[in-house]
Structure formats: C-alpha cells, structure tokens
Ligand binder design. Structure first.
Ligand code: ZN
Length: 322
C-alpha cells in the first residue's frame, strides 16, 4: 500500500548528529503515532505515551490465558494494552505494519544549514506493509490521522523544538497527493463504532490519560496568521537577555506559561508557520490541556493578533470526522 506525499516545506527526521540525509522511518512512525494518540484521546479513548513510564506492556502469560478461556485476540489485547499500542506495538506486542520510504535520492536533501533535511516540493512514497491484520476501527483511525496531519499538523523532528529556541525554517508540512488503497479506509468503520471500541478499551484497562498528554479536543488552530519571535516572546512573557530568552520577572513559576514555554526533550506546544514557502498560508497551531486553558490562551493570542483572528479548536474539527 502506497501513499504519495509531497513536502510543502522541508522535512526533518534527523538523528542526534543533526544530519538528515535520508528520511528515517522511525521518525515518520513517531510522528504518525503522536497524532494518532492525540486523536484517540480526543475521541474519549486511552492512549499511553510510549516515552513515559506509563507505557503499555503485554504480559504473554495473561494473554495466553485469556485466549485459552476462549477470548479473541482483540479481546485479549483490549484487557492489557491501549488501542494505539495494538496498532503501533509495545513491549510484548509487534507493530502491525512496517513502513518504507521510496522515491528519493540524495539530491532531494540539503545536508546542512537552516533548511537542512528533505527539501520542499519533493514527492515520495510512503509504503505501508501490513504485517498482521489491521482491523476496521484501526484503519479508520489511521486514515483520519493522516487527514489531520495533512490539514492541521506537521511531521518530523524540527517541528517539536521549543518556542524559545525557534530558528531556521518552517518544517514538516505535507500534502498527501494520493491515498491509493488507504482512500477507502475511513469507510471501514465510523466515528460512533470507533468511539465505542475506544470506550470499552479504556474501561477494560481502567486507566486515565495523563493531564499533560496531547488530547485533540484541546488542539487549536489559527489560519492566516503567524507569530514571529517578538510576538512569541510577548505571548510567553519571555524577554531576551543576550542571545537567550528568559521568563519575565514574576512569571518564572507560572505553571501555564511554563507548560507553553516547554523545555528540552518535551514537545513544543505552539507551532507557527509563516508564508516563506509557495502554496502555504501562514498558520499557527498548538495544544493546551483543558477548556479553561483554551479560553485563556485565546485571550492571550488576541492581544498579539487582534480581535478578529479565526480560532478553531479540535473538538469542532472532530465533529466533521464522521
Ligand atoms: Zn499503549
């Protein structure tokens, strides 16, 4: 199964050496999973964070016992691991698909500099190789994840830099030129069936999402605007001292501001794209943790961007998923 993808901006899935001369499959899978988790949480399900110590693990003895008792594989998995791990794998359970990236040569990459990585306006094939049965609800979620990334998100490593260290170019925007076999994946189920499945999985696991994890209900988007560094610093109450930015005096311990400011090794909370590439409208997106924070942030953004900004939230976007 082959999905044809075009980069609208450079794409970065580099490693710690800061080299990105190939697209790393693990980087793409990491991004796919991150958005998939947010969608599952947004739809009322539980999705573990695989980088946390709350990540799922499959106990094979328990699994085998459930199968012996006549339970299906799906039921036996539902007792132990979240829906995302059932597709993307975890300790004790293999990912149900492999991916391969084809159609690129070394001339498609910039080795270094501000725009290092896969160049903009390149087309590649994301080949999805099913390794075991992907069920209809998983197919629905996977297709919707791609739609969300294409229309509301970004992929790759550099999009996850924290605002204070913002530099270089806009990264990670893609357009899906052709879904091919995946085109019909969202017809395999519907939002109500998926929600029911996620609800029963969450009930079985008896787990709650961590307050800090990305939940698509609290995603937000503003089209036609971007935040330059000064706006970003104002918004986050940061001030420049020398080359670095620091919290303004009196705001160092503000929990919400610190959440938005982020820190090394933790995903960014605000992503801003300017119009520096062809066919791209400026836009800003991000996420917070609850409704109150959405309202608070909206007020803060109005001060920077004006009264008439077009502020859209994940809960409304999800209504159109069907
Ligand atoms: Zn999990």
């Amino acid at each position: 199964m082959e999905v044809k993808i075009r980069t609208l901006t450079p794409l970065w899935t580099g490693d710690v050496d800061r080299k990105c001369e190939t697209l790393k499959e693990t980087g793409i899978i990491g991004s796919l999973r991150w958005w998939h988790e947010a969608l599952v949480r947004g739809l009322g399900g539980y999705a573990c964070d695989p980088t946390s110590n709350e990540k799922c693990k499959l106990d094979h003895k328990k699994f085998d016992n459930s199968i012996k008792k006549g339970k299906s594989v799906q039921e036996a998995l539902n007792e132990q691991i979240c829906s995302v791990c059932q597709l993307f794998g975890c300790t004790g359970w293999k990912r149900r698909f492999g991916i391969q990236i084809n159609g690129l040569t070394s001339t498609d990459f910039r080795e270094s500099g501000q725009k290092a990585g896969l160049k903009e306006k390149r087309t590649f094939h994301l080949d999805i190789l099913p390794l075991s049965n992907i069920d209809h609800n998983q197919k629905w979620l996977f297709k919707k994840t791609l739609l969300i990334i294409e229309n509301y998100g970004a992929i790759g490593g550099r999009t996850t830099r924290k605002p204070g260290s913002y530099q270089g170019t806009s990264y990670g925007l893609i357009q899906i030129k052709n879904y091919r076999e995946l085109e019909s994946w969202n017809n395999e189920s519907n939002i109500e069936n998926v929600k029911d499945w996620l609800k029963s999985n969450k009930k079985n696991l008896n787990k709650n999402n961590n307050f800090n994890w990305f939940d698509f209900r609290f995603y937000w988007l503003i089209k036609g605007e971007h935040l330059d560094k000064d706006h970003m610093n104002n918004l986050l109450r940061l001030e420049k001292r020398g080359k670095r930015s620091f919290p303004k005096s009196g705001t160092e311990k503000d929990e919400f501001l610190n959440f938005l400011r982020g820190k090394q090794g933790v995903s960014k909370k605000i992503f801003s794209f300017d119009k520096s590439f062809e066919n791209i409208e400026a836009f800003i997106f991000g996420y917070v943790r609850n409704k109150e924070e959405l309202n608070k942030l909206k007020g803060m953004l109005r001060i920077e961007l004006g009264e008439y900004m077009d502020f859209k939230v994940g809960k409304i976007i999800m209504r159109d998923l069907e």
